[in-house]
Design a protein around this ligand. Structure first.
Ligand code: ADE
Ligand code: ZN
Length: 319
């Protein structure tokens, strides 16, 4: 197992079915079934939206600061077992605030989990506040203002949820606000949206990494730019198969081309409770399916630390 950084992980997507059931019972929230295996068996998706519909519906079980603490620490425990030394974790506060949970409870529980994970597991972690693109730019600016009193508790902003129809250009203002605050910037692009979404994220939002980026491969000029500027792509192989954004046969995954093109790609798990594997399982699956050499595996692990938001002196310790 390689030591690695995980840079594309939605904390809400780590809610395993047994935790889901426990929280539903504790908070008196109705679920279609209280059998964790039956819940997991329903996780068959046609595309990104069909996943998001179930994902957002499940998240109504998260009500208290303690719930967020348990969610966060559960992930960090599993990540530590998978060799993760550094995690940069998305959270979607608009979902929770919309469900009536105060922002302070969301970030309070997650921050306490991160402090505990650093102390007891030796995993360094930070939060990235993710905007839900399908709620539009004004809602993004509103949650950003809500988050500002907690500016010291997250290191950057991100953009996720339904991609097609919600291009990065809609979010130029809120990303400029984030830049003015000295926050890091990343965005999902090229998962279902085309290469123009990747270009917009780079040119209009000033992102430092692209989350997914698979469809950038359709544009050779863009591929050359990603390579020359060493712009990282955080790739999620099992997610791509589960959401049908890559061929069902993992041996045809675009990771092979990305590596051959010399792109700075890393392996990540996205929403592991739904897509059949944490980062170690993603790593193992692509290694086997693509027949990756030890050199290629090492490159993927190295890239993850190169792509992480670490101070230069700290990064050297990992590299
Ligand atoms: N939210 C959680 N997982 C996501 C993904 N893979 N793409 C977009 N939004 C998401
Ligand atoms: Zn994602």
């Amino acid at each position: 197992m390689w030591p690695t950084a995980e840079l594309h992980i939605h904390i809400e997507g780590t809610i395993e079915s047994d935790l889901l059931v426990r929280l539903a019972r504790r908070n008196d929230i109705a679920l279609p079934t209280y059998d964790p295996d039956e819940l997991t068996a329903r996780y068959v998706f046609a595309d990104l939206q069909s996943f998001l519909d179930i994902h957002y519906s499940n998240l109504t079980v998260l009500r208290t600061e303690q719930d967020f603490y348990e969610l966060g620490l559960g992930y960090l425990n599993r990540a530590a077992q998978a060799g993760v030394r550094r995690a940069e974790i998305f959270f979607d506060p608009q979902t929770h605030v919309g469900n009536g949970v105060p922002f302070a409870d969301v970030i309070g529980g997650l921050s306490a989990a991160i402090a505990e994970g650093e102390r007891t597991l030796g995993v360094s972690a930070d939060l990235l506040l993710s905007f839900l693109r399908d709620r539009g730019p004004e809602a993004a600016e509103e949650i950003f203002r809500t988050a500002m009193p907690f500016r010291d508790k997250f290191i950057g902003v991100a953009l996720d949820s339904t991609e097609v129809g919600y291009p990065p250009s809609l979010f130029t203002d809120v990303y400029a606000m984030a830049a003015a605050e000295g926050l890091h910037r990343v965005a999902h692009a090229g998962e279902e949206g085309g290469p123009d979404y990747v270009r917009e994220a780079l040119d209009l939002l000033g992102v430092e990494r692209i989350d997914h980026g698979n469809r950038a491969l359709e544009d050779p000029e863009l591929v050359a730019r990603l390579r020359d500027e060493r712009i990282p792509l955080t790739v999620c192989p099992l997610s791509n198969v589960a959401l049908r954004t890559a061929p069902a046969d993992l041996s045809e995954h675009p990771l092979r081309t990305m590596l051959d093109e010399g792109l700075v790609v890393s392996i990540n798990s996205d929403d592991p409770a739904y897509f059949g594997g944490y980062i170690d399982e993603n790593f193992r699956a692509v290694t086997e399916a693509l027949g990756l050499t030890r050199g290629q595996q090492a490159t993927l692990a190295y890239n993850s630390f190169e792509s992480a938001f670490l101070e230069p002196g700290v990064r050297q310790v990992y590299l």
